[in-house]
Design a binder for this molecule. Sequence first.
Ligand SMILES: NC(=O)c1ccc[n+]([C@@H]2O[C@H](COP(=O)([O-])OP(=O)(O)OC[C@H]3O[C@@H](n4cnc5c(N)ncnc54)[C@H](O)[C@@H]3O)[C@@H](O)[C@H]2O)c1
Length: 348
Amino acid sequence: MDGPTPNTPSFRFWPDSAESTLNPEDLFMRIILTGAAGFLGSHLAARFLADGHEVVGVDNLITGTGENVARLQESERFTFREHDVSTPLFMAGHVDGVLHFASAASPVDYLEFPIQTLKVGSLGTHNMLGLAKAKEARFLLASTSEVYGDPDIHPQDEEYWGNVNPVGPRGVYDEAKRFAEAMTMAYHRVHGIPVRIARIFNTYGTRMRPGDGRVVSNFLIQALRGEPLSLYGDGGQTRSFCYVDDLVEGLVRLFESTYSGPVNLGNPDEFTVRDLAEIVLEMTGSESEIEFRPLPEDDPKIRRPEIRLARELLGWEPKIGLRDGLEQVIPYFREQVEGKDARARPLA
Ligand SMILES: NC(=O)c1ccc[n+]([C@@H]2O[C@H](COP(=O)([O-])OP(=O)(O)OC[C@H]3O[C@@H](n4cnc5c(N)ncnc54)[C@H](O)[C@@H]3O)[C@@H](O)[C@H]2O)c1
């Protein structure tokens, strides 16, 4: 049989990269963070700033918001470059780390911007690796559980190669990220760049755009507006939901580690999408109905991260369960609905 045996993670393919760990004498780093105006990028930037580092946020605002940038600009250690990273980026001065988060990330966004999504995953990743190489900086790629596609093993560990339809509508995102991972490893092997690859599973939290079309934001907005919750298929498909603070902690630990292969970061508690709808209705006190819609093409039926590697390598695991995370995020979405007339954006 070709390839590794499913469900038997081992470290043999990805030995620790002993080279070029961050200089321990440099207490504070200068970080280039693409996608800084987005949901995860803005949280991660805030964390680096809080830790005393300097952050240059780069974003073309295709799905990010000026509001996220403005919040970060309250720190004098944050600067912003409005730029499409699918074109080359030149940066003066030294750089310690390049973290590449730029990419449409929710299905409604990448289906609206399929070519830009392919470009930022391919050309954008190449450009950012080039920058890391020129600056002798460490590179971290925000990859995704979508590299596993509609998986035929469960849970998904890092040695599973995935089941992706390259020509389906979701292929624009999944294949862009798979290419991005391949390019990242090629730069590591050929140019010796220290790289980290975070395979991020479904994450939610404050600063998500209410209309970004992801399941947690859609359900919360619909419940709070008293509109029907859009449930695809019979809602029996499973997902796992990681609260953003947990994810950011995992990302920082991964960035600081010496491991150059892909690492799953996500919450292994698994829920059906129908469970999520019911929890949201209960916690928001909403009387919304559930509206069943056809399952989108290539929608994964099951999704749960195997996080043994992250536990062993990084001493990391999520601490915030779904109900606790929702409790933290509901006031934010309530504010969006009440103050800004925010609307959900389910798939058409
Ligand atoms: N949120 C999740 O659950 C999740 C899960 C898996 C992977 N990820 C990955 O994490 C990263 C961030 O996701 P997010 O949820 O914050 O999405 P987001 O849409 O909120 O943020 C993405 C940011 O990238 C920017 N961007 C897109 N194309 C760009 C380009 N060509 N040049 C410059 N900026 C560009 C957007 O304007 C936006 O600010 C993405 O790479 C995504 O694939 C996120």
